[in-house]
Each structure stands twice: as structure tokens, then as C-alpha cells.
Design a protein around this ligand. Structure first.
Ligand code: NAD
Length: 452
């Protein structure tokens, strides 16, 4: 008989209370098992992600499998150091006394993941949660069913069943899960659902991490290496058919650079995917018809598009499309694109680009292509975003040494490496004072001596 959500979460709480997930050796053992699970099933994973998204095996290997393995390799040998006590000196008035902080696991955490990197965005938060000593309930996306089913099977086979559960389903199942008591909720997905998750968490005062999306802008100025900029923007935008949370969403540049930049980006897409991208083994498809129809509506029919936007609804393909002659009030600028379309808009200069960005919700990532120190400083000091990349889109996502997360509308909290370990930990303060000599007596009332 299958468990209800309530029974599942109760079971995980029981395991946590019994201390199943706390020992450092257990945490390392689970991470080792996850490593074996991934390496033994590389082909199954690549096949499942391919069925869900048409994602090329090389892209799954690099952007999903490798990232999770790297996270395990980075985190596993550091768990002991990160879990150690950090001693702090107590104020003179309290002496003799000792104090320290210690990272303790939060308890039972819920990880809700999306479909666009269905393996990486499920397992990477799990790695950090395990490293911190938690039990985990994973709710993978119903929109990537092949990967979600595979994850359920493999997690059941490889990881300690007392401390892990995978709950499949869509809105009703997630809603039911959100009614259960968790010690932390880690959600990756769109902001609309992010606020639903936060509202449900608020009812039980459960802390949340929200890894959301939004429009990540790019600014290119005349000092930039235009070839490098075009190649990197094209790679960042069109990987995974544009369905990457930190992909460049739109480009701002000066009017004289719009055409040369659009031509170069288009030339790169041809180099990457050939003249017929829908036939390219290096190019994925759109996740489903709902997303496909939404994206096609964003394609203007009356404007100049540098790459002619070829679409194939049956096979869910939209060719990489660069749009010029775009206005800020066009539909394509009203929502996160999350597909292979790249609008380029004109701004007078860097200051106008900063003003344009600051008028809109804070982005998950912001990329600036420039060789000018003044422009770098302008963006560093006068914009706010989850991450800022100079001449480098997506780079921050690939490092375990950097916190990954958004700000305001693009999210709250962060993970990867130590940031992830701390996100799933409670840093507890501990104090200890001997009872002899009883020096605390000087703080007791009546307060005559202290107030004289
Ligand atoms: P999705 O539709 O797969 O939803 C994500 C999760 O939320 C799923 O598990 C789904 O079941 C659940 N969900 C959906 N509706 C719900 C509801 N009403 N109540 C409770 N749970 C619900 O994925 P998506 O949201 O389309 O993902 C794309 C978005 O995620 C984009 O905005 C993208 O930028 C963002 N994203 C962010 C990151 C990041 O790391 N910041 C990474 C990937 C994607």
C-alpha cells in the first residue's frame, strides 16, 4: 500500500528524531552512494533527460551529471570541517565562560524541483541537505516524467530508505505536501508558484529557499570583444533550447552595435547547430506544447528577425531566434522568455542600461560585456542581481565555491558548496559557564552598585 504524504513526512521525522541522518559517517556514506548511483546509471539518466527535453547527451553529461558529481566531490571531504564548533570569546562581564557556534541539521526538508535541469536541480540541493545531516523529501517535476520516475527508482535503490522519500505528482500532490510540517522548504521554479510555496510555509513559520527566475539582462558596450561576446551570449542563451534560469534573456546595446552583434550571434548559432537546428543532435526541444505555444506568441510577425524563426509544433522545436527592432513594451519584454529567443534593444549608453535594468525586478543574473573599468564599476555598484558576470554568462553556476541564488523577485537564500551546507543548517549558539566562582551574581538585582 502506498503511503500518504502525511505518513511519508511523519516517517521521515521519526527517522530524523532517531538520529539516523546526523552521523558524519552516514552523510558521507549517502553521498558516496549517490555518486555510485549516478556513475552506474549515466546512460539511463542521459536517455531519460533526452526523452523529456531532447537534451543532447553531452549537455546532460556536462550540465547535469558533472555538476552533481562535482558538488559531491567538493562537499564530502569538507563536511567535518564545516560541522566543527567555532569558538567565540565571551564578554568580560560573563567570564569565566566559554561559547561556540555549531551547525546542526534543520531536520526534514522538502525539495521541490523543476523540469528544465531535472536531475541537477533535484540532486544538487539534496547533496547540500545530506551534507548538513537532514532527511529529504523530494518532489520532482511532473513535466519531466522520465527523469522524475528514474530518480524515484534510483533513490529508492541506492539511498537509505529511512531518510529519503520521493513524492511524484503535480499541483494537488505538492499542495498536500505543503500542508505537512517541514523544517525547511527548498523550491526551484517560477515566482508565481514561489509565492504559493512561501505562503504555505508562512502558515507554519517554515524557512524557505526560493530559487526563482526572471529576465536576466546583458549589456554590451563598444569596448567589448564583439566576437567573444556573441559566442558566449549565443552559448548561454541557446543551450537547453533557452530553457535555463540564468540564460541571457535580452541584450541592451548601443544602436550602432545592434546589427553587427545580431549578425555575429546568428553566425554562432549556425556554427553550433547548422542551418537546420531542428535536425541538430546538439539542440534540444521545448518541454511541451503549452510552453511552445507561449513562446510562439512572443515571436513578432511584422519585425525583422535575424535568424528566421523556424518552428515545428509536432516536434516541439523552435530554432534559435535573434530579434532586433524590439521595443520595451513588446510582449517578448513582458515576461521571462525561457526559450530560444533573444531580443536586442537599443540604449544610449551604460548609464541608460543601468536605469533600464533598475526599473525592473532584480534579475537572477546580469551579464556585462566590456573592457572598460568605469563600466564595470558602474554595474557593480549601481545594480543588484543574484549574480553579476563580466564577459561570462552562466560561469557562476559552475563553481562550488560560489553561493548561487537570487535576490528579491529572483529568489532568496542560496546554495552550492558551503552556502548550501549553511542553508540547510541551523547555526546554534552554545554558551557554558562554571557555577563556581559564581561571578554572575554581580548582575543580580538590586542594581545599586551598577547604577551608582
Ligand atoms: P515546474 O512547472 O516544473 O514547477 C516547479 C515545481 O513546482 C514542480 O515540482 C511543480 O510540481 C511545482 N508546482 C507547480 N505548480 C504548483 C502549485 N500551484 N503549487 C505547488 N507546487 C507547484 O517548473 P517552472 O516553474 O516552469 O520552471 C521554470 C522556472 O523556474 C523559470 O522561471 C526559471 O527561471 C526558474 N528556474 C530557476 C532556477 C534557479 O536556480 N533559480 C533554476 C531552474 C529554473
Amino acid at each position: 500500500m502506498t503511503e500518504t504524504c502525511e505518513q511519508t513526512v511523519r516517517r521521515l521525522h521519526r527517522s530524523f528524531d532517531e538520529g539516523v541522518s546526523r552521523p558524519l559517517a552516514w552523510r558521507r556514506e549517502q553521498l558516496g552512494r549517490m555518486k555510485r548511483m549516478i556513475t552506474a546509471h549515466r546512460k539511463d539518466i542521459e536517455q531519460a533527460v533526452f526523452l523529456d527535453l531532447g537534451k543532447p547527451a553531452a549537455e546532460t553529461a556536462l550540465m547535469e551529471i558533472k555538476l552533481v558529481l562535482d558538488e559531491i566531490r567538493f562537499v564530502e571531504p569538507r563536511i567535518e570541517r564545516w560541522s566543527r564548533r567555532h569558538h567565540a570569546v565571551m564578554p568580560l562581564l560573563m567570564q569565566p565562560a566559554r561559547s561556540w557556534t555549531m551547525a546542526e541539521p534543520k531536520g526534514v526538508v522538502l525539495v521541490i524541483s523543476p523540469w528544465n535541469y531535472p536531475l541537477m536541480l533535484s540532486l544538487e540541493p539534496m547533496v547540500d541537505a545530506i551534507a548538513a545531516g537532514n532527511c529529504v523529501c523530494l518532489k520532482p517535476s511532473e513535466l519531466s516524467p522520465n527523469t522524475s520516475t528514474l530518480l524515484e527508482r534510483l533513490i529508492g535503490e541506492y539511498l537509505d530508505p529511512r531518510a529519503f522519500a520521493v513524492v511524484q505528482g503535480a499541483v494537488p500532490e505538492t499542495t498536500e505536501l505543503l500542508r505537512q510540517p517541514f523544517d525547511h522548504i527548498f523550491y526551484t521554479g517560477n515566482g508565481r508558484v514561489g509565492s504559493i510555496v512561501m505562503e504555505a510555509a508562512a502558515k507554519q513559520l517554515t524557512p524557505v529557499t526560493l530559487e526563482l527566475g526572471g529576465k536576466s539582462p546583458v549589456f554590451v558596450d563598444s569596448s567589448a570583444n564583439l566576437d567573444a561576446a556573441a559566442g558566449r551570449i549565443a552559448w548561454g542563451r541557446f543551450t537547453n533550447a533557452g530553457q535555463t534560469c540564468v540564460a541571457p534573456d535580452y541584450v541592451l546595446t548601443t544602436p550602432d552595435l545592434i546589427e553587427p552583434l545580431a549578425e555575429k550571434i546568428t553566425a554562432f548559432t549556425k556554427k553550433f547547430f547548422g542551418d537546420n537546428p531542428t535536425e541538430s543532435a546538439s539542440y534540444g526541444h521545448i518541454v511541451n506544447t503549452k510552453q511552445f505555444d507561449r513562446l510562439v506568441k512572443l515571436l513578432p510577425t511584422d519585425r525583422k528577425a535575424f535568424s528566421v524563426s523556424k518552428t515545428d509544433r509536432e516536434r516541439l522545436y523552435i530554432a534559435p531566434t535573434v530579434l532586433t527592432d524590439v521595443q520595451p513594451d513588446d510582449p517578448v519584454m513582458q515576461e521571462e522568455i525561457f526559450g530560444p529567443i533573444l531580443p536586442i534593444l537599443a540604449v544610449k549608453d551604460a548609464k541608460e542600461a543601468v536605469a533600464f535594468i533598475n526599473e525592473r525586478p532584480k534579475p537572477l543574473a546580469l551579464y556585462v560585456f566590456t573592457c572598460s573599468k568605469t563600466t564595470r564599476l558602474l554595474f557593480e555598484q549601481h545594480t543588484s542581481s543574484g549574480a553579476l558576470g563580466f564577459n561570462l554568462p552562466l560561469g557562476h553556476l559552475l563553481s562550488n565555491r560560489l553561493p548561487f541564488g537570487g535576490v528579491d523577485a529572483s529568489g532568496m537564500g542560496s546554495y552550492h558548496g558551503k552556502a548550501g551546507f549553511l542553508e540547510f543548517s541551523h547555526v546554534k549558539t552554545v554558551t557554558s559557564k562554571p557555577t563556581f566562582p559564581d561571578t554572575l551574581r554581580i548582575a543580580y538585582p538590586p542594581y545599586r552598585r551598577l547604577t551608582k
